[in-house]
Structures are given as structure tokens and as C-alpha cells.
Design a protein around this ligand. Sequence first.
Ligand code: TXA
Ligand code: MG
Length: 355
Amino acid sequence: METVFEKAYLENDELNMDAISKAAAFLEEGKLVAFPTETVYGLGGNALSKDASKHIYAAKGRPSDNPLIVHVADIKSVYPLVKELNEKAKMLMEKFWPGPLTIILNKSDIVPYETTGGLDTVALRMPDNKAALKMIELSEVPVAAPSANTSGKPSPTKAEHVYEDLDGKISMILDGGEVGIGIESTIIDMTGDTPTILRPGYVTKNELSKLLGEVKYDEALLIRDKEKAKKIVPKAPGMKYRHYAPKADFILIEGDEEKVIEKINELVTEYENKGYKTGVICQDKTKDRYKCENVISLGNKENEVTISHNLYATLREFDKRETDYIFGETFMSDNLGTAIMNRMIKAAGYQIIDV
Ligand code: TXA
Ligand code: MG
């Protein structure tokens, strides 16, 4: 299949309406289009079409029990897709949409099980990207969209990443430049008694609690131990797969900063001596402290959006450099750091060394 590749914005930052109309027409015909959002690129198809959803799973090589997020261009488009839009969920939409928050509600009959991975609930989100919103609006359908990567690889933060994974498999890639946040939306389940975060993201537990009162994390998210992780099944089916992963073996080193640097340098020497190519993921402040030729800083640790913005592109870059072992510093915090560490721990397959 030929994949059309077009820019979403013109030189002056105005929408490229020719390209966006073309994308909307593809969606209306049941075809697939990759598009930019504020989090990561999405691979969109008509959420009400069984065939489009099946095609999404096939293009990504994704297991079909892993449900898709349905993207809308406004709140009123949610009503036909859900059994009921409860007050609290509506408040969330009014406060955080458009934006990086996905809300789980009970689905109506028009949403096919092919889209929800067999579940009776549906994940809903209104992305904060002008081109995406215009495309969804013109297509006149809700748009099911997982991240536009091959299943298991880091999510795409640039159109080039989408091209690497999906060229020839989908009808169009709408290039909106680099995304802002760089990791996927926060997911909150609003179908139970207590709102539950199923995936941490840019919208934090604190912000959600301010509006909703008690909010909890799905217990599977707090696990750092591989054996425990195998036993507790996360409520977001996608969170159980090894995700976001680079080809290299990725190991996190956590603890006192000086000890972390010392340990990483030790590991670099050990593995280089064994003939492996090593790499280090760190922050600006420590990047000159490593005795390794392959060091990438995610940025200034205080600026968490820069760290999240750079994470997936860095993991992909290590793949390009054919790195065998990546040693990484950690980036935990109560804010975006929770989401950054959630993705890093999964990318590392729970390999964490405490020093
Ligand atoms: O930022 C984002 O959310 C991006 C952009 C493209 O919007 N999308 C994204 O989609 O990350 P995806 O498919 O890569 O991740 C969707 C996650 C999976 O972990 C999936 O299991 C979960 O959402 N999910 C979807 N529907 C669900 C449901 N009904 N119940 C529980 N989890 C659900
Ligand atoms: Mg994904």
C-alpha cells in the first residue's frame, strides 16, 4: 500500500486543510491515518467500524484483547458512545479536555467489541492538537487510535518514527512535527466507586483529586518487582505487555546520585570489557561524569516535560546505535515523574538495581 505523507501545518502554522481533509476522507472510508496529538502520534481508524479496528491491530501487530482509545473532537460526541455520562466524568471533561486525560466509561451498543478489546467499557479522549481535532471533526466519526508504533516499540513522538514503523501499512501519515509531552495520556476509570488511575500521565493524581476527592492508583502500577508484576493483572490490558521497549537490555540504577554514577561507570566498564556496546541515559547535570562514549541526557531533571518529551526518542536512538546494554538514572517524583518512571520501568522489564 502507498502511504501518503503530508504536513498537518503550513509554514505560518496555519492548518494545511488539503492534507487534513484528505485524512478525514480516508477515515470516513474506513482507512487508517496516523496523526499528531499533544502526547504521542496516534494510529486512527473509524471507532464504529469493526473492520477498521481489526486493521489497526494488524498494522501494529497488537494483541486484539488490548482495547483502543476513542478520540472525539468535542464533549457532545461522547453521548452516543456511552451508557451514561456521569456528573464527575463530565466535570473532568470540562476541566481537562482538550488534553492528555483518557476517561473510561461504560460503552453503548454502537461501540463494537473489536474497538474495546471485548470489554463493556470504552476509553475516551479529546486530544489537544488543532490538526487532530479538525481531522476528527471533518471525518464525522469517533476515531479509535492507539499509539502509532509497532506493538512493543517506544511510542512515536515524531512523524519519522511513525514512518519507520508503519510506512506501507496505512493510508496516510499526517506530519505535525514533534509532539509536546512525549508520553501517553493519563487514564482514569470512572466506572467504579472510587476513580482509579490505570495509567499515569501528564495529568497527575493530585490534580484529579482536587476535582474528584479520593482517587487511587490501580495497584498494578505501583509494583516494581517482576515476579509480583506477573501475578497482578493491571486493569488497563495494555499495561501488562512489555511496552515502550528498546532492543537493548535496559537496566535502571536508583539511589544516591554519587553512588548511581559510580555504579553505572562500573557496569559500563564491565560490559565494554565483555565486548558489548553500552549506553547511558542521564540528566544534563551528570552527563559529563560518565566514562562511556554513548551518553544521552534527557535534559534538566527539574524540567519534567523535557524529560518526558525526550524519553521515547532516546530509546529509539539507542536502537539506531545498536546498543546492547543501556544503563539509566531514574526520574521519580509526585508529578510527571510518576508517569516517566512507569514507562521507564516497563521499558526496562523491571530491571532495577538499588545502590
Ligand atoms: O496519549 C494517548 O493516550 C495516546 C494518543 C494516541 O492518544 N494513545 C495511546 O493508546 O496511548 P494506546 O492504545 O497505545 O494505549 C491505550 C491504553 C492501553 O493500555 C489499553 O489497555 C487502555 O488504554 N485501555 C483502552 N481502553 C480501555 C478500557 N476500556 N479499559 C481499560 N483500559 C483501556
Ligand atoms: Mg501504545
